[in-house]
Design a protein around this ligand. Structure first.
Ligand code: NAD
Length: 396
């Protein structure tokens, strides 16, 4: 079939198999070009949320920068004869193929990472194939979580706290800058968002791995957060998601204490805003990202997903790194995004931006390009007119 992008709101319902492969390969190429990242301290890495966004980049740097065996967990849809898989499914296939070619172990378990069954499968796989894990990357982003103990289905709500918020946003499809009203979250919606995107599941994972004795001495674990600036605070840091991320900070401290049993450590890393499936669902953020990208590109300090994660590993995670921590013990990777020259310019443009000048003040084209690339569209060298088999010739 000929695969074209089919965009519905903030998701694309198709993914291009060859394009997704090109995406993974370009990340691998970038990492290889930088040279080795670590001195062999990351032998076995577990990535929860390995198939896209920041998790995929962590897996690529672990394998191709650190020479690590990687075990990944993701929740993706398989293809059929007539329907493409989700992008993450193709990314996993492409990653595993590239790892095999490089002689690196890579296995992906697809299913619900919030379920205890998945924890058991991962532990069995580690025991059978790897022995012990040196680094656990927790990079899940999901709208729902079925609680493994209560069976309750929690749905996150990306909302401000308190009263209705009247704020500038952008309709990415139409390129229109609009003002939107976002209702404040109820207490239940806030609690549900914390249940989905907070730190409890990360704690469950680390407790299970510790109890099963599959964490190596000095094992590190890292989870990701976003803080941003006053432009996005009302919808993010001061909203339901911010409450969830505060809970991630709480979990980080609790896990860090428990990991003392293996002389290990847990940290939250504050990453920069990028275009991902998860972030495109957050109102206001695409407009902020469009302005941010334009300004960072103009100032020559723009980082994409892979260069950002490469810097995380090379300057903060590898042994002997001089940690750049804030007063709450988080690793700050958003230093360039939050630098005065960048933020002063983004703040100056924010009240001025409208539909007519968006292309001049912001990088909506870059935003759209990055969005399509998540689904494998827009890669040079990929023949998008060619007939492709969505199953990649596999019997599923
Ligand atoms: P993403 O949507 O690109 O990837 C999410 C991953 O989670 C995918 O691999 C998906 O398969 C997996 N997943 C989702 N539900 C699952 C489930 N039930 N079981 C197993 N796997 C599941 O997300 P992302 O933007 O890379 O976000 C990852 C983390 O980084 C999140 O904590 C997010 O808050 C944080 N972060 C993102 C940004 C940003 O701008 N995107 C900025 C800073 C921090």
């Amino acid at each position: 079939m000929i695969v074209e992008p089919r965009i519905r709101g903030f998701i694309c319902t198709t993914a291009h198999p060859t394009g997704c492969k090109a995406n993974v390969e370009s990340q691998i190429e970038y990492v290889r070009a930088q040279g080795p990242v670590s001195d062999g301290e990351f032998k076995n890495v577990l990535v929860l949320g390995c198939s896209g966004g920041y998790g995929l980049a962590c897996r690529v740097v672990s394998a191709f920068g650190c020479g690590a065996n990687t075990l990944g967990v993701s929740f993706e849809k398989q293809p059929t004869e007539t329907k493409t898989a989700t992008a993450g499914w193709y990314n996993n296939v492409a990653f595993e193929e590239a790892a095999a070619t490089a002689g690196l172990y890579a296995k992906t378990l697809d299913g619900d990472a919030f379920a205890d069954e998945m924890r058991a499968r991962v532990i069995d796989t580690i025991k059978a194939d790897l022995g012990k894990i040196d680094l656990v990357v927790y990079s899940l982003a999901s709208p729902v979580r079925q609680h493994p103990k209560t069976g309750e289905l929690h749905r996150s709500a990306i909302k401000p706290l308190g009263q209705t918020l009247h704020i500038k946003s952008v309709n990415v499809d139409k390129g229109e800058v609009t003002e939107v009203d976002l209702d404040g979250a109820t207490e239940q919606e806030t609690a549900d968002t914390v249940a989905v995107m907070g730190g409890e599941d990360w704690e469950f994972w680390m407790e299970a791995l510790l109890d099963a004795d599959v964490l190596a001495d000095g094992c590190q674990t890292v989870a990701f957060t976003y803080i941003g600036t006053e432009l996005t605070w009302p919808i993010y840091w001061e909203g339901t998601l911010g409450q969830a991320k505060l809970d991630l900070d709480r979990a980080s401290r609790a896990i860090d204490e428990k990991l003392s049993a293996v002389s290990g450590s847990a940290r939250v890393a504050v990453l920069k805003a990028i275009v991902s499936q998860a972030s495109s669902a957050i109102p206001v953020v695409p407009l902020y990202v469009a302005l941010l990208f334009k300004v960072m590109k103009e100032q020559g300090i723009h980082e994409d997903i892979i260069s950002h994660i490469h810097r995380l590993f090379a300057t903060q995670l590898k042994a002997g790194s001089q940690l750049r921590l804030d007063e709450d013990g988080r690793i700050r990777m958003d230093d360039m995004e939050l630098s005065d020259p960048v933020q002063d310019e983004v703040q100056r443009r924010w009240p001025l931006v409208d539909s007519a000048n968006l292309a001049e003040l912001g990088d909506l084209a870059g935003y759209r390009e990055d969005f399509l690339k998540i689904f494998g569209f827009g890669f040079a060298g990929v023949d998008y007119e060619a007939d492709v088999d969505p199953t990649l010739g596999r019997t599923l």
